[in-house]
Design a protein around this ligand. Structure first.
Ligand SMILES: [Fe+2]
Length: 320
């Protein structure tokens, strides 16, 4: 079995790299390297990039990349069905990779030995006073107006035509573990959505790193990036509005994973998410089952239906 260390980066195709660079800068990423055809954007964390934009007439997400523990995992990955040979990675930090293809046709890269970059300065998390717990004394709360600094890529959500096949692939090939399954009926073995986390044993990991939704056609729905705290999200939301970018949905709190979310549309029409305050699970966390309905989407926030959220990716027949 492959040992996946973490999600690493995504690759999106865009017609206009200058436009997406302006968007991602306002979204809170930092340009790491730019050529005529490729743009590498980073967060404040130690990865040299978390998002690659490729100039292309086609648009959309083309690649999802995970870091593996050791080079031996790349050697093993070469032997998997459809696995490429180990090849060198161009771009900041170098490294090596093996390329797989998931059942939805998404390119899945397994990367290793990408050299870490120096983390960037990040505003510290705010010290909050709640009704019962006071912890800030004599200090004022004045977070600066700024983009919501992106620290890292957290997860990707993918609409898939064949849920059983995709779910099996991510479980068996990448060793991902279901945290929550969304089911339409009493048949809990036929989920319409699956939230999968990394297999990190006793270590705490995000509630989901990959989310799969039953859909009429294979298509990446969104990629999600972690920001420092709630104020970062709210200030980032204000910043994006003032720059006239297109909001999609937010700010609210999801149910499955509990993240506070804020979704935007990039210049090519892709959905991209800021999140903060997500749940952490480990090997002792039980699998959850939830009925498919709008309430499975969020606890609070602007009104939204599953159909409108998933759009053309939606294949749910809802029991509201
Ligand atoms: Fe998400």
């Amino acid at each position: 079995m492959l040992r996946i260390k973490d999600i690493n980066h995504v690759v999106y195709r865009h017609r206009d790299l200058d436009a997406v660079e302006r968007f991602l800068t306002d979204f809170g990423m930092v340009t790491a390297q730019k050529t005529a055809d490729r743009l590498y954007m980073r967060g404040t964390g130690p990865l040299p990039y978390v998002y690659i934009a490729e100039r292309s007439e086609q648009t959309g997400c083309s690649t999802l990349a995970f870091a593996v523990e050791e080079r031996a995992d790349l050697a093993f990955a070469q032997t998997l069905p459809g696995g490429s040979l180990i090849e060198a990675i161009e771009g900041p930090g170098g490294g090596e990779r093996v390329v797989l293809t998931d059942p939805a046709g998404l390119r899945v890269e397994l990367v290793h030995a990408v050299e870490a970059a120096e983390p960037l300065p990040m505003r510290k998390a705010l010290t909050l006073n709640s009704a019962q717990k006071k912890q800030r004394f004599g200090e004022v709360q004045r977070p600066a107006k700024a983009p919501a600094q992106v620290m890292r890529l957290g997860h990707i959500a993918i609409g898939v035509e064949d849920m059983p096949e995709s779910l099996s692939w991510y479980r068996e090939m990448l060793g991902l573990i279901p945290s929550d399954l969304v089911v339409e009926s009493d048949d809990q073995n036929q989920p319409v959505a699956a939230f999968l986390r990394l297999n990190r044993g006793a270590d705490w990991t995000d509630h989901h790193t990959v989310a799969l939704f039953q859909a009429p056609q294979d298509k990446v729905h969104h990629a999600s990036f972690e920001v420092q705290d709630f104020d970062a999200q709210c200030l980032g939301n204000t910043w994006m509005h003032e720059r006239n970018w297109t909001p999609f949905w937010g700010i609210g709190r999801h149910l499955l994973g509990s993240q506070i979310f804020d979704y935007w549309l990039d210049p090519s029409g892709n959905i991209i998410e800021h999140f903060t305050d997500g749940d952490l699970l480990n090997h002792e966390s039980p699998l959850g089952h939830t009925a498919a309905c709008d309430d499975s989407l969020y606890q609070w926030g602007p009104s939204m239906s599953v159909e409108d959220f998933l759009g053309e990716a939606s294949a749910y027949s809802l029991n509201k």
